[in-house]
Design a protein around this ligand. Structure first.
Ligand code: SF4
Ligand code: FE
Length: 481
C-alpha cells in the first residue's frame, strides 16, 4: 500500500493534459486550486496505513491474499460493507469534505460483478480481463476515477438520437488490437488526481445504442484524455490566502473536472464491455446502489464537523446553553444519525450476488441517499441559524494584517474574555465553506439526483403486497364479531 506522501509524489510522475482558468496546468500537485483536493484524497492512503484506522481502511484481497487499501477492495461479506460505511464516516470527519476515491471503488466493485454476469451468459472473457486489471490496481494501490456521467444532451432523447453523436461516450472504431473511443464525462470527482480512469455507461441502453454500451480503463495521462478543471464558488480564495477558505487543507467537495476523450485508443485487455446493451441497466443500478450506500456515511462525517463548528461558535457567542440552541443542535445530530443509519442498514441487510460479492440492499441504499439530499441542506440551515449573520459578512484575512483596522477587528470580533476572535473567524469561515452552494449541489446530485433514487424506490417496492397488508387488517374480524 502507498502512504499519503507516496500517493502525492506518484501524481508528479504523470503527464496529464489539464486546463484551468485558460491555461494548461503542468503540475497539479502544487497548484493552489487543486492541492486541497489532493490532500483530501491522500487521507484515503493515510487511513489505510494508520494503526488506528487500518482495520477499517485496509482489507485482504480475495484475489491475492495480500493486504490492500479498502478503496480497491471487493466486498465479500456483510462485514466488508459495514466497514466500508464506517471508513467513509471517519474519512468524512477528518477531511470535512469529499475525499473522492469512492466513485472508483464502486466502479471496481460493480464491474467485477457485471463482467462475471456477462461471461456466464455470453461466454465472453471480460471477467478474466477485469481480474487482471483489478489485481494491478490493488497491488499498485491506484486511485481510480469512476467515470459515469455523460454530457447527455437532450435528456428526452436516447444516446443514438442526439443532435451530436458524441454526447455519450462511444466506440468510433474497432481494431484488431483495441478500440478508439470518443466523448466526455462530466463532473468527475478526483479526476485530475487519479492514476486511472474507469469508464462506464451512465444509463441503460437499447440495442440501437450499441456503440455507447462501452466500459474500459485507461491510464489517467493517456494520449487524447483532456481535463478541464471546474470553478467553484469562492475558489480564488485558494490562491489568495488560507483563513478565508474555511478548509484550506482539504477544500470544498471533490475538485471536479470535465474529462474529454478525444479519440483515445484502448487495448482490448482494458475493455470490459463493448456493445452488450442488455447489461447496461444492471451495471448502472448496481453502481448506483453501492455509491448511494456511501452518502449517508461520508456526508454524516462531514456534518459531524459542521455540528462541531456550530457548537464552537454558539459557545463563543454565549448562547450554547440556550434551550432553542441545544434543541437545534440535537436536531442536527438526529438528522445526521438518520442519514448514517440508512448507510449502515443497507450494508447489514445485504445479499450475496452469484459471483460471491456482497451487495447492499438497493431500496435502503437509495433511501439513505435520498435522506442525505434532503437532510444535508436542513442541517446546514440549522448551522446558519445558530451561527448567525457574521459568517456571511466577515472581513478578508488581509484586513488582519492591515495595521489600521486589524486591532479593531480583534476588538469587535471578540465576544468574551476567554474568546479568541481569530478562532471565531476561522470557525465562521468553516461554516461558510460547508454550508455554501457547492456542497449543497454535491449532496443533492452526487451519486445521482434525488429523482433517480425515487425511481428506483418506486419500481422496487411491491406495492400490491402493501395493499394486501391493509386488506388483511380491514377484513380481519374483530373480537366482537
Ligand atoms: Fe466518496 Fe462521498 Fe466523495 Fe462520493 S461524495 S466520492 S462517496 S466522499
Ligand atoms: Fe460525490
Amino acid at each position: 500500500m502507498m502512504t499519503a506522501g507516496q500517493y502525492i509524489e506518484s501524481l508528479r510522475q504523470q503527464k496529464k493534459e489539464v486546463y484551468f482558468m485558460g491555461e494548461r496546468v503542468e503540475n497539479v500537485v502544487d497548484h493552489p486550486a487543486m492541492r486541497p483536493h489532493i490532500n483530501a484524497a491522500a487521507v484515503t492512503y493515510q487511513l489505510a496505513t494508520d494503526p488506528e484506522f487500518a482495520h477499517l481502511a485496509s482489507a485482504i484481497s480475495h484475489l491475492t491474499g495480500r493486504r490492500i487499501n479498502r478503496w480497491t477492495h471487493i466486498p465479500q461479506n456483510q462485514e466488508d460493507l459495514v466497514k466500508k460505511t464506517m471508513m467513509l464516516r471517519v474519512a468524512g470527519q477528518i477531511t470535512g469534505t469529499c475525499f473522492q476515491r469512492c466513485v472508483g471503488m464502486d466502479g471496481l466493485i460493480t464491474l467485477y460483478t457485471v463482467t462475471w454476469d456477462m461471461d456466464r451468459k455470453l461466454g465472453t472473457d471480460y471477467h478474466e480481463r477485469f481480474r487482471k486489471f483489478l489485481i494491478e490496481t490493488q497491488d499498485n494501490d491506484y486511485m481510480t476515477d469512476g467515470a459515469m456521467t455523460d454530457p447527455k444532451g437532450d435528456r428526452s432523447k436516447r444516446p443514438s438520437e442526439q443532435h451530436d453523436p458524441d454526447l455519450y461516450v462511444r466506440v468510433v472504431e474497432k481494431r484488431a488490437d483495441g478500440i478508439i473511443v470518443r466523448g466526455a464525462k462530466m463532473h468527475q470527482t478526483g479526476a485530475i488526481n487519479s492514476h486511472q480512469i474507469l469508464v462506464m455507461p451512465g444509463m441503460g441502453m437499447t440495442p440501437a445504442d450499441q456503440d455507447y454500451a462501452v466500459s474500459f480503463a485507461v491510464p489517467a495521462d493517456e494520449k487524447g484524455v483532456i481535463y478541464v478543471f471546474g470553478r467553484q464558488v469562492n475558489d480564488s480564495r485558494k490562491w489568495e490566502g488560507s483563513i478565508d477558505q474555511g478548509n484550506a487543507r482539504y477544500g470544498v467537495v471533490g475538485g471536479e473536472a470535465l474529462i474529454i476523450f478525444d479519440d483515445v485508443f484502448v487495448p482490448w485487455e482494458r475493455v470490459f464491455m463493448c456493445g452488450e446493451t442488455e447489461f447496461t441497466g444492471t451495471l448502472v443500478d448496481r453502481f448506483a446502489s453501492y455509491h448511494r450506500q456511501n452518502y449517508g456515511a461520508c456526508k454524516a462525517g462531514n456534518l459531524d464537523v459542521l455540528i462541531g463548528a456550530t457548537l464552537a461558535v454558539a459557545d463563543m457567542h454565549g448562547v450554547v446553553k440556550a434551550g432553542h440552541v441545544r434543541e437545534k443542535l440535537a436536531e442536527m445530530a438526529h438528522l445526521v444519525e438518520t442519514m448514517y443509519s440508512g448507510a449502515l442498514a443497507c450494508s447489514y441487510n445485504c445479499s450475496q450476488l452469484d459471483c460471491g460479492v456482497a451487495f447492499v440492499d438497493p431500496v435502503l441504499a437509495n433511501s439513505s441517499k435520498f435522506n442525505t439530499a434532503r437532510y444535508y441542506p436542513e442541517v446546514t440551515r440549522l448551522a446558519q441559524d445558530i451561527a448567525g449573520g457574521f459568517i456571511a459578512t466577515l472581513p478578508s484575512e488581509k484586513e488582519l494584517e492591515n495595521p489600521r483596522v486589524s486591532p479593531f477587528i480583534h476588538k469587535y470580533y471578540k465576544t468574551g474574555e476567554q474568546v479568541d476572535p481569530l478562532e471565531r473567524i476561522k470557525m465562521g469561515r468553516l461554516i461558510e465553506n460547508m454550508t455554501g452552494a457547492t456542497p449543497i449541489v454535491e449532496c443533492m446530485h452526487g451519486a445521482g439526483s434525488p429523482q433517480a433514487q425515487k425511481v428506483v424506490i418506486q419500481r422496487s417496492i411491491d406495492w400490491q403486497s402493501k395493499r394486501r397488508l391493509a386488506e388483511a387488517i380491514v377484513h380481519a374480524p374483530g373480537d366482537g364479531e
